[in-house]
Design a protein. Structure first.
Length: 173
């Protein structure tokens, strides 16, 4: 009687192991099929987004407003509006020195724009940003103090030729 029970137990172990292997194989196939199905549903959206980005990156003639290879908003420097957008200023702070600031500024001139004055102001703002600590520019009040300090430096550097400093972006990392 013990031999009969032992004989029956061995095939059950083989069939249990075989059922486990078959179950894992089926689940693997279902997972792979599901991944493929989700991938085909998402892939057309990714391709259309890539095509839209490529179409947006192609330069379009807009009456000479943008130069070839220029991206983003155009640098406006015309006698009609007297505005000069300075190149972005990226610098680290005085303390903590691992924090970085990116600042984009535009200047409104009283008369015709002066490129030399604009470049001097750009360098002066960059030098000033390197002396500022994070604690000085935290919060809305700190940002207002920074704006006031930069406006004062621009007034001194331009000798009254720049009437307003316009902040386009201000990012601290």
């Amino acid at each position: 009687m013990a031999d009969e029970e032992a004989g029956e137990a061995k095939p059950k172990k083989k069939s249990a192991a075989m059922m486990t292997i078959v179950g894992i194989a089926i689940l693997t196939l279902l997972g792979a099929g599901g991944g493929w199905a989700v991938g085909t549903m998402i892939a057309p959206n990714v391709k259309s987004a890539e095509q839209a980005n490529e179409a947006a990156a192609e330069p379009k003639p807009a009456g000479g407003e943008k130069k070839e290879g220029e991206t983003g908003l155009p640098h406006v420097s015309t006698e009609a509006n007297n505005v000069v957008q300075l190149e972005p200023i990226t610098s680290n702070l005085a303390y903590p020195s691992e924090n970085w600031v990116r600042l984009e500024v535009a200047l409104l001139f009283n008369g015709p724009p002066d490129v030399k004055v604009a470049e001097d102001i750009h360098q002066d703002i960059m030098a000033y940003i390197r002396t500022v600590s994070l604690q000085q520019i935290e919060g809305p009040r700190g940002f207002q103090y920074l704006r006031d300090d930069i406006q004062e430096r621009v007034d001194l550097r331009s000798q009254g030729r720049v009437s307003k400093v316009m902040f386009r972006t201000f990012v601290i990392e």
